[in-house]
Design a protein around this ligand. Structure first.
Ligand SMILES: O=C(O)c1ccccc1N[C@@H]1O[C@H](COP(=O)(O)O)[C@@H](O)[C@H]1O
Length: 208
């Protein structure tokens, strides 16, 4: 099956165009003010106008006030919410929209139990445990992923064109999510890295 690709943390028109042209399945906007990739809802709405139908728009939040999530959903057509903080299931479900729940993987975290506690989640996004909640470009130990999870698995954390093929062959996620690995600096994407990342995913898809 084709591995879906999400490119996250876009802040510039040219980067959105490059991700779409390369064949990204989803574009992520970071609505976490502490992130160097933060965009205001108004800025994201401008950028989103360049995203064609059937490429999903993902809105990433970290412990945001519900009113902020609601207002952001009113500003642009977000298809999927991504909760990357300490949000519980009641918080996540209140928006009545598809959502990904991020788990920051570390030894001792029971991912099966974690997944079960978000029964409505569209997918479980696995990321490295880093300070600042995410987007740190760190790979975690993929052997910590149990063989069966109670939700679709989206793999992230330090993925690059150089390691995403191995990640797909070993972990078999339904989707991969990348930010740091396709950047020249935080929030500024490198178009050749985006193209190389997408090509590496497609090459891996052919080999499994
Ligand atoms: O991108 C950010 O700045 C960010 C901030 C807070 C939480 C998550 C964030 N990004 C997400 O982190 C993972 C891993 O990204 P990376 O490729 O290792 O840089 C990914 O899901 C991003 O969407």
């Amino acid at each position: 099956m084709k591995t879906r690709i999400k490119i996250c943390g876009l802040t510039r028109e040219a980067d959105v165009d490059a991700a779409v042209a390369a064949g990204a399945d989803a574009i992520g906007f970071v609505f976490y003010p502490s992130s160097p990739r933060y965009v205001t809802p108004q800025r994201a709405a401008e950028l989103a106008k360049r995203i064609p139908p059937f490429v999903d728009i993902v809105g990433l939040f970290v412990n945001a006030a519900p009113e902020v999530v609601q207002a952001t959903c009113g500003a642009l057509p977000i298809n999927v919410l991504q909760f990357h903080g300490d949000e519980d299931a009641a918080y996540c479900r209140q928006f009545a929209r598809p959502y990904l729940r991020a788990a920051r993987v570390r030894p001792g975290l029971d991912l099966v139990e974690f997944g079960r506690s978000f029964p409505e989640a569209r997918g479980l996004l696995l990321d490295a445990f880093v300070e600042g909640y995410g987007g740190g470009g760190h790979v975690f130990d993929w052997t910590l992923i149990p063989p069966a999870l109670p939700a679709f698995l989206v793999l992230s954390g330090g993925l690059t064109a150089g390691n995403v093929g191995e990640a797909i062959r070993r972990v078999r996620p339904v989707a991969v999510d990348v930010s740091s690995g396709v950047e020249m600096s935080k929030g500024i994407k490198d178009h050749s890295k985006i193209a190389a990342f997408v090509a590496a995913v497609r090459k891996a898809d052919e080999s499994i």
